[in-house]
Design a protein. Structure first.
Length: 89
């Protein structure tokens, strides 16, 4: 997974410019990627651009400025299951 490309993609999806939130976004990206890997998404799939949208959705689900109400959406969880079940070619 190209961390720079993922960060840029997430920021574009969230309409965030500048670098002020980069540390927090990178933390959320790592949390979401870890969730996906622990759920069974292969290293091969994690290394592709196929995961960018799912990671962005997970980060957006958690984005709440620390209010404590960040939850992962059912869409995110379903997409993780699809990616985990993906058969490598």
């Amino acid at each position: 997974m190209n961390a720079t490309a993922v960060l840029a993609y997430v920021k574009a999806c969230m309409n965030i410019t500048g670098t002020y939130h980069d540390a927090l976004l990178n933390n959320y990206i790592q949390e979401v990627a870890g969730y996906m890997q622990d759920a069974g998404v292969s290293e091969t799939t994690m290394a592709t651009d196929d995961v960018f949208g799912c990671i962005a959705r997970g980060v957006m689900d958690l984005w709440n400025y620390g209010s404590g109400y960040g939850t992962l959406s059912s869409y995110f969880k379903e997409r993780v299951i699809q990616l985990a079940a993906k058969v490598e070619a």
